[in-house]
Design a protein around this ligand. Structure first.
Ligand SMILES: Cc1ncc(COP(=O)(O)O)c(C=O)c1O
Length: 380
């Protein structure tokens, strides 16, 4: 079955007389048993924190999405990144984290892993096979994100995985950008693929959710056990909404992908723009890697404006009428942010101008382009 068919037909209750087409979100803390003998069985779910039927159906769908062995669900995308890291480390270990990682993942490593006596070293996302030179005896995890947050570098994932596997190091990737639809890191040997399902799978900017898809049953147990011991649990209503998102994601993804590409290509020739950071554009420095490993692109990209004042940047963003000013992407509505205040990079040169990130929603691409053009007219 192709993805479109799977996303329509899998993780649904068996058809019966008058059954609903989707599982319902059953609210539960207590689960009841018929017999006292069953209370402490390990092979059945005993308590609401351990999930419900709709959680199982959603986890199965994520596992199917990337061909993993199992999925652990989380109440946010950030938790879907931090728990798998935590599952793989102990005091005295060393973690390699891409410079292009989502900022709060960096904060988690620098603040909380540090507190536990685990050192995090930031590496250049474009390091490729040379990552081997950074792997130490105590390196436990290499964390990747491709393309990177805000600056959209593509990593040479197969080369990094090869070096990691040679030294028995676990690889974890933040795969939110591709939604697992146009990039399959597990097939390249990555151990855990993390998703902020808040984005495309939520799809409507009204739910926070995360999923970590594990390549083997052993990795799945490791992540599942730490999540269970730390009290991880997510709302059945949120799980229901994310499963609902699967049903329509391909159509939404394709529309948003096409809009982003059209607008990015137009912006690349715009006199007010110095550079567009979208890996599907031929002029992107990692375009060849993107072409080799990806089968499509997302709704989100950044532009570096020609040098201008901070005031101009704010005026431009405030001048947008269709793009909301707000964080996130993958929802039905377009968004824009100024990236510079949150941009932290240890390995790349300072950008030549202000960085703005656009996320395209489901509006008409021509209307979005016209909106950007009219906002450009508001600045010098
Ligand atoms: C690449 C990436 N990873 C993880 C996250 C965190 O997801 P959440 O907001 O669901 O915690 C985000 C959110 O913006 C993201 O962009």
């Amino acid at each position: 079955m192709k993805k479109a068919t799977k996303f329509t037909h899998l993780s649904r209750p068996p058809a019966g007389l008058g059954t609903a087409v989707n599982y319902s979100a059953a609210r539960a803390s207590t689960l009841l048993f018929e017999r006292a003998e069953d209370l402490y069985r390990n092979d059945i779910r005993g308590y609401g924190r351990h999930g419900t039927q709709v959680h199982d159906a959603l986890a199965d769908m994520f596992t199917e999405l990337e061909g993993g062995a199992g999925t652990v669900l989380f109440p946010s995308g950030l938790a879907a990144c931090t728990y798998p890291i935590l599952a793989m480390v102990k005091t005295g270990d060393h973690v390699l984290l891409t410079d292009s990682s989502y900022g709060p993942v960096r904060n988690f490593c620098m603040r909380h892993l540090k507190r536990m006596g685990i050192e995090t070293e930031i590496y250049n996302p474009r390091i490729g096979a040379n990552i081997a030179s950074l792997i130490r005896e105590n390196t436990a995890v290499i964390m990747l994100e491709s393309p990177g947050s805000l600056t959209f570098e593509i990593q040479d994932t197969p080369a990094i995985v090869k070096a990691a596997q040679a030294r028995n190091v676990t690889t974890i990737i933040d795969n939110t950008w591709s939604a697992g639809l146009v990039y399959n890191p597990l097939a390249m040997g990555v151990d855990v693929s993390c998703h902020a399902a808040t984005k495309y799978y939520g799809g409507h900017s009204d739910v926070m959710y995360g999923a970590a898809i594990c390549r083997t049953e052993a990795l799945h147990s490791q992540v599942k056990n730490i999540a269970k011991d730390f009290g991880n649990a997510s709302s059945p209503e949120d799980a229901y909404q994310v499963l609902r998102g699967f049903r329509s994601i391909l159509t939404r993804f394709e529309h948003q992908q096409a809009s982003a590409l059209k607008i990015a290509a137009w912006l690349a020739k715009h006199p007010k723009v110095a550079q567009v950071l979208h890996p599907a554009l031929p002029e992107h420095p990692d375009h060849a890697l993107w072409q080799r490993d990806f089968t499509g692109s997302a709704c989100i990209f950044s532009v570096i404006l020609n040098p201008t004042s901070d005031a101009d940047v704010l005026t431009f963003i405030n001048g947008l009428k269709l793009f909301g000013i707000g964080f996130s992407y993958g929802g039905f509505e377009s968004l824009a942010i100024h990236c510079d205040p949150q941009l932290r990079r240890s390995h790349s040169e300072k950008l030549k101008g202000p960085l703005i990130r656009f996320a395209c929603g489901l509006e008409d691409a021509g209307d979005l382009q016209a909106d950007i053009e009219q906002a450009f007219h508001t600045i010098s």
